[in-house]
Write a protein of this length. Sequence first.
Length: 326
Amino acid sequence: MAPAQIVDPHLHFFDPATNPFNAFLGSLGAPTYLPEQYAAAAVDLPISKSVHVEAVPDDGLAEAQWVNSLADQGRCSVAGIVASCDLSASDVATKLDQLSAVPRVRGIRYILDYDGPYDGKNPTHRTLTRHGNGKGVDFLRDATEAPKFEKGFAMLSERGLSFDLTYSAAPAQLLAAAALLRRHPGVTVCIDHLGKLHHFAVDGSSEDERKLAEWRQGMLLMAELPQVYVKLSMLGHSVPGWHTDIKKEEFLRSLVREVIDAFGAHRCMFASNWHINAAVSCSDHAFDTGLEMPELYARFETWVADLPETDRHRLFAGTASEFYRI
């Protein structure tokens, strides 16, 4: 059974064949993904509004303007846009002002996941290869880049912009992220994708226990900060194949409920992360299948069916509407 109302706070559109600002995605082999494809995937789900989150564009302003035009044309339910902006750039103030002028822009995301030079296996995100001569940059800890990034981050609050935070669950980056947010309580922040616990095997291994302890430490630190929210999304990245294994699903459900308990339903939101197909949306290539969107939301609903109706409304619609001011 699906929820009665859904605000989907995380989806992606892109068209590498047509949009010059999608060139990086095109170089990775990404296909075109447009609002009509999202609508077909959502079928009859009661999605009233949605939020488009940047898809690593080469030009954040051009992407935001394009998505805004899709909404103006009535092709999608996008009511809010999270735009891309390199907050370490020397001209960040100008870029933020330009983005703020796009009617539906509500916040900024710049992917920060770094756990050593990108090698295709570690948690470092591939998009960071656009920095550091292909090796990536740690914008949270690098002695040169972190101060520049923080200067740009501090500019968000005066423009009323939120920040979507993606980072590696490596302990040092978690601690650095928590310290940054503690220094800037005026910036509202949403942690994407359950804090990106990386590929938990649910096999009782010492490696699993280490990952879980590090993730839990970071999430508890974040929960202490009242301006920090969490998206319950891309859960197959945390536990690949959870939808095919009862034990894995129950473990993942326990993680979701742990986060809801720590942050409260008023600071948590379920999201589809929808783009390309079910497998990519669910796990970001960590597993080769995934649940289609209606079944995904039905599972979400079963995980929180025992909670009060007010909490369930927050998780599926209310928190997202409040956070993104839509």
